[in-house]
Design a protein around this ligand. Sequence first.
Ligand SMILES: [Zn+2]
Length: 192
Amino acid sequence: MTETIQWKPYDPSWLIELAKDQCPEEPWLPEALAACTNAWQVNEVSIDFIHPFEGKFETNITFHSPTGGMVILDILESNIVGGVEFVFFPPLTCPCGYVFKFSATVSHSWIAVHNMRYEEFSRNGEELATLTLDREKNKLAIRNLVRRGRELKEKIYQCPKCGRIAWLKPGEKSLHIFAPENTVDLEPSNSL
Ligand SMILES: [Zn+2]
């Protein structure tokens, strides 16, 4: 990592509130979050509280964000919060009126990967599988690969009522909505 890390003061109080609210089974978490007062903005959606070369990745804890989407905490060894990532998921109401409930979206959604990125995506998955064989040794690399994997995924939601699709591209904060038109039958020669 060659970028210079610029630490800035951070107010974790909203994360502490989310933790108290949504994660009462982890009583240590609010205090761990209270220590997150210095942050480095890694990219548009990720913030680190701990230098990326320090600490060993242990697990993720996920919250639902009050503004829509998910908040994913990276928990390092010894219950330290290493960073946070925001996965945008807008409160999604289809133009037909159907409201997607976050918990119900899985059955109406697809993960898409751009053709040009697919090779990287597959490699990422293979590398991840190899590295997890020695989770202890490869914790930092695993964390980076998991993050990169998320960046490569695009989400497509289909409205079960009207068939419109809403497409969320990586890094974008608006949904592109498409309404169904005709069905075009493939020519027999094309379908072979
Ligand atoms: Zn709809």
